[in-house]
Design a protein around this ligand. Structure first.
Ligand code: C5P
Ligand code: MG
Length: 157
């Protein structure tokens, strides 16, 4: 069996009044959300890049250039599904063992949403929620208008 690790990151600036989407879940009662052409879902964008990085297949900008208006408002779940299909085409039998993600955000606290977000990511990737570990960190006030996700994963084929 061949193993590969993947790693991806994404960040967006936050603006009052925008909706905050993390891992496909719209977080209720958030005072701010990502400034983005898409839904600004940093977790799913980092996940898509982590998948591509496993096989040195570039990054999401390679396949969904933000300069192309067709991709501008694409739902992030669709990007993840597109990357998954691309891997299916190129690498027969690949499978993920686990996903480990860190979301850095000062406000709101997301701990109570952890299971909901993990369940959605698991569903998108055809995994069990127990295979999706998500941790949350603040920036300790140093980046209050910033949301960031880092995602690593282990895959075999
Ligand atoms: O960044 P810090 O170590 O102070 O975060 C303390 C805890 O707060 C984290 O371990 C996590 O459980 C929680 N947290 C959260 N939602 C965030 C940021 C942190 O639930 N947006
Ligand atoms: Mg701390």
């Amino acid at each position: 069996m061949n193993f590969r690790i993947g790693y991806g990151e994404d960040a967006h600036a936050l603006e009052l009044g925008q909706s905050l989407v993390i891992g496909g879940i719209t977080i209720p009662d958030s005072p701010h959300g990502a400034i983005a052409h898409s839904d600004g879902d940093v977790l799913l964008h980092a996940l898509a890049d982590a998948l591509l990085s496993c096989f040195a297949l570039g990054d999401i900008g390679t396949y969904y250039p933000p300069s192309n208006p067709d991709y501008r408002d694409m739902a992030s779940a669709e990007i993840v599904q597109g990357v998954k299909s691309l891997l299916d085409e190129k690498i027969a039998g690949w499978q993920i063992h686990n996903i480990a993600a860190v979301v850095t955000l000062d406000i709101p606290k997301l701990g109570t949403k952890r299971e909901h977000i993990a369940a959605r990511v698991a569903q998108l990737m055809a995994l069990e929620p127990s295979q999706v570990g998500i941790t949350f960190k603040t920036s300790e006030g140093l980046a209050q208008k910033h949301v960031q996700a880092r995602v690593s994963l282990l895959l075999s084929y």
